[in-house]
Design a protein around this ligand. Structure first.
Ligand SMILES: Nc1ncnc2c1ncn2[C@@H]1O[C@H](COP(=O)(O)OP(=O)(O)OP(=O)(O)O)[C@@H](O)[C@H]1O
Length: 579
């Protein structure tokens, strides 16, 4: 609820206008039967006054007109208001998502973050719209109906009050009892999305292993589980529906039963019967509408809780609010690891232990090691995607925790192991880190990245279409485009995390040769499994089970580091066997 109020606050004027239109609409709808009753009373009275009849008729028309205009304007302002609130919540949640660290993201789960941002907020938006249009009028209509009924006849007023109270109590009980079910429903929706996402992204593996039927069964179980709970919820609301219907019909029966006596006793006139029944029917109509809204409320409240949970979540890696330290100008030691150890929050063992090295301007630092030795984790610490457990990472002489994350990431270009491109054009992707780059600069970066030839061969060249994730390009082409994107940014530090693995030896060698003059003013980190990729690095760090077991140049390591020698021997043997 706090969440809704927080996002409604900036639109309070629109909110007030909407409420005003709703009230005018509802009061207008109730005044019409009052005038109708007056006309009936006037028409059936002895010596009917025609001019009074016309007068009431004009008032009735005016009420209908005002109510109609209020309905249209109310619907317009209401959808305007709820769309704005929905958009504000979504963009605020998205901003928060961008600030989450990898561990934070994993704790929520990709499917859940997507469901919260898309479907949960849509649910909230829809519930808000329904509340304004169908729920808020209910108390107004109840109060106005009761006042008008009491004015006509106290007994009828008391009966209507009793019936409305019974309905309100039943609605309250049902809402309370279904709230946990809605919570369950949203969780099931998360699980369903997770399984579905996994199935869609892994569809090729499913087909390749001929697992369609077992996966179909797994999904069907999720679908029927969800449907089962939804049916239970709907059954409860069907009970509320029948009780309300029964109660209002009882009221109408009572009105007809008692009206003869009341008219004879002179408590009200014949036209008042129609008015009282119309008030009850209108109350019933809005109540039915409100029930539909109530049906969505526990779900919307659960969605609010889920969205609030993410909004109020404190990212494990956050910028401090104190004064930032100043980086040293033209610092030769661009990035330094000092006694760095790291353990994942959910792991018992350290993934990296006691790392000490410096990446200097104009030099290439390489990190090599077997699979799972911690190479990518080193890259994630450089970018502060994870926080060091012990020790410190310095950028231009400053602890990276002492600078805003945006400042740190401005200084570096990262090419990840699994190249990722965004949907759009090649040019848009290349300009991702430098929107001002000219076409000439893009072609230059493509030529360094050994991607110029294949981009030139495309009919639309730089304007060629890139599908989401870059799936319309081969692995090697994606890697080269990602490298070109990193080059266009012209940072102080390049991190290539196994970014040459999909390239053939010749292209790999040509690319690294072209990189040397291009990156002469920057520090370069190359993470690789292939020794040929890092052979000429100024400094090579050999990682084994998270520990540095050798640091030096290729020739030094061949004599000093048995593990490096072992990797070298196995790879050269492999290469000669290939030949
Ligand atoms: N989020 C995580 N939580 C716990 N442990 C993790 C997490 N991510 C990675 N690890 C573990 O950390 C270790 C190092 O992983 P990392 O990805 O850094 O290795 P790598 O040397 O880059 O491997 P590869 O060459 O296969 O990519 C692995 O044992 C891995 O299981």
């Amino acid at each position: 609820m706090k969440l809704i109020l927080r996002f409604l606050k900036p639109h309070w004027k629109l909110c007030l206008i909407t409420i005003l239109f709703v009230i005018v609409d509802v009061v207008g709808a109730l005044i019409i039967p009052t005038f109708a009753a007056d006309m009936l009373n006037q028409g059936t009275a002895a010596g009917a006054d025609f001019s009074a009849l016309v007068n009431t008729c004009v008032k009735m028309l005016a009420a209908a007109l005002i109510s109609g205009v209020a309905t249209i304007l109310g619907a317009y302002t209401c959808s305007d208001l709820t769309s704005k609130v929905g958009a504000d919540i979504r963009s605020s949640l998205y901003k928060k998502t961008l600030r989450l660290s990898g561990a934070d993201f994993r704790s929520f789960g990709t499917a859940s973050v997507t469901t919260r941002t898309v479907s949960d907020i849509t649910n909230i938006q829809f519930a808000l719209l329904s509340c304004f249009q169908m729920l808020f009028p209910v108390p107004v209509i109840f109060v106005v109906s009761l006042v008008l009924t009491f004015q006509k006849d106290i007994l009828m007023g008391v009966i209507l009050l009793g019936i409305l109270l019974i309905i309100a109590i039943v609605a309250g009980i049902i809402m309370k009892s279904t709230a946990p079910m809605f919570r369950k429903l949203q969780k099931k929706l998360d699980t369903m999305s997770k399984v579905l996402l996994e199935n869609i992204t892994g569809v090729r593996v499913i087909r390749a292993f001929d697992k369609e039927s077992s996966e179909e069964q797994r999904l069907n179980t999720e679908f029927s589980d969800y449907a089962g709970t939804a049916i239970k919820v709907n059954k409860r609301f069907a009970i509320l529906d029948s009780i309300s219907n029964f109660a209002i019909n009882m009221f109408i029966i009572l009105v007809y039963t008692f009206s003869g006596f009341r008219i004879t006793a002179g408590h009200f006139q014949i036209g008042d019967i129609t008015a009282i029944i119309e008030y009850a029917m209108l109350s019933l109509f809005f109540l039915m509408m409100a029930q539909m809204v109530i049906l969505t409320l526990p779900r919307a409240l659960e969605c609010c809780n889920r969205v609030s949970e993410m909004m109020n979540f404190s990212p494990t890696i956050a910028d401090r609010k104190n004064k930032w330290a100043e980086e040293k100008e033209n610092c030769q030691d661009v990035l330094t690891f000092k006694k760095v150890s790291f353990r994942f929050a959910d792991a018992d063992e350290y993934t990296l232990k006691n790392l000490n090295f410096t990446c200097r301007r104009g030099e290439t630092t390489a990190i090599i090691g077997g699979t799972g030795s911690g190479k990518s984790t080193v890259a994630s610490l450089m970018m502060r995607f994870n926080e060091v457990t012990d020790g410190v990472v310095l950028l231009n002489g400053v602890d990276i925790r002492e600078m805003p994350q945006s400042q740190l990431r401005e200084r570096l270009s990262f090419v990840q192991q699994r190249a990722w491109l965004f949907s759009g054009t090649i040019a848009e992707n290349l300009r991702y880190g430098n929107s001002e780059a000219t076409d000439e600069q893009l072609w230059h970066a493509l030529s360094i990245a050994q991607a110029k030839d294949f981009v030139e061969a495309l009919p639309d060249k730089l304007e060629s279409f890139v599908a989401q994730g870059g799936t319309n390009f081969s692995g090697g082409q994606k890697q080269r485009l990602s490298i070109a994107r990193a080059l266009v940014k012209r940072p102080e530090l390049y991190i290539f995390d196994d970014s040459f693995s999909a390239l053939d030896f010749k292209t790999d060698a040509a690319l690294r040769k072209a990189l040397i003059p291009e990156t002469k003013d920057a520090a370069v980190v190359i993470i690789a499994q292939r020794i040929s990729t890092i052979l000429h690095a100024d400094s090579i760090i050999v990682l084994h089970e998270g520990e540095p077991v050798g640091i030096g140049k290729h020739e030094e390591l061949l004599t000093n580091s048995p593990i490096y020698k072992e990797i070298y021997d196995s790879q050269t043997k492999e290469a000669s066997e290939h030949e």
